[in-house]
Design a protein around this ligand. Structure first.
Ligand code: HEC
Length: 120
């Protein structure tokens, strides 16, 4: 009797795994780039080197090129990043903010890139 209960348990367990194996996986277009791929570099312009030097320590250009912020909003954003650990020298800040506001302001035409999760 004991053995048959164990057998039933293992058959049920195996069945559960077998069913899990047949569960349909979500489908993603395999031609899409994998999430986490770095796509962008910063456009040329004065201030670019400052931004790369300070901001790329923690994240790529992708974080910046998708923004549409006014200069005031960029000021708040950069101040927040400084509080989070970004190193920005005071005299470099105006050039950095001018660069960010010029390229990634409210008129920024960035179109998000569709991706698929890794493993698909
Ligand atoms: C010490 C690390 C660090 C540095 C240096 C840094 N950032 Fe960030 N930044 C972060 C983190 C962490 C996030 C949040 C990431 C997330 O949500 O995935 C972030 C997010 C952002 C975002 C998205 C909006 C938000 O507030 O979450 C922007 C825009 C941004 N950073 C701009 C900058 C700029 C401009 C610089 C350079 C002046 C910079 N960052 C430098 C850590 C940093």
């Amino acid at each position: 009797m004991k053995r048959s209960i164990a057998t039933v348990f293992f058959v049920a367990l195996a069945g559960t795994f077998a069913l899990a194996g047949t569960k349909p996986r979500p489908r993603f277009d395999a031609r899409l780039p994998v999430l986490g791929t770095t796509f962008h570099s910063l456009p040329a312009g004065s201030g670019k080197g400052l931004v790369e030097g300070s901001c790329f320590r923690c994240h790529s250009a992708d974080m910046l090129v998708q923004q549409r912020l006014t200069e005031k909003q960029w000021t708040a954003e950069v101040d927040k990043m400084i509080r989070w650990g970004a190193v920005v020298k005071d005299p470099d800040k105006p050039a950095m903010l001018a660069y960010l506001a010029k390229h990634f302001g409210p008129e920024n035409k960035f179109a998000p890139i569709r991706t698929r999760p890794s493993g698909y």
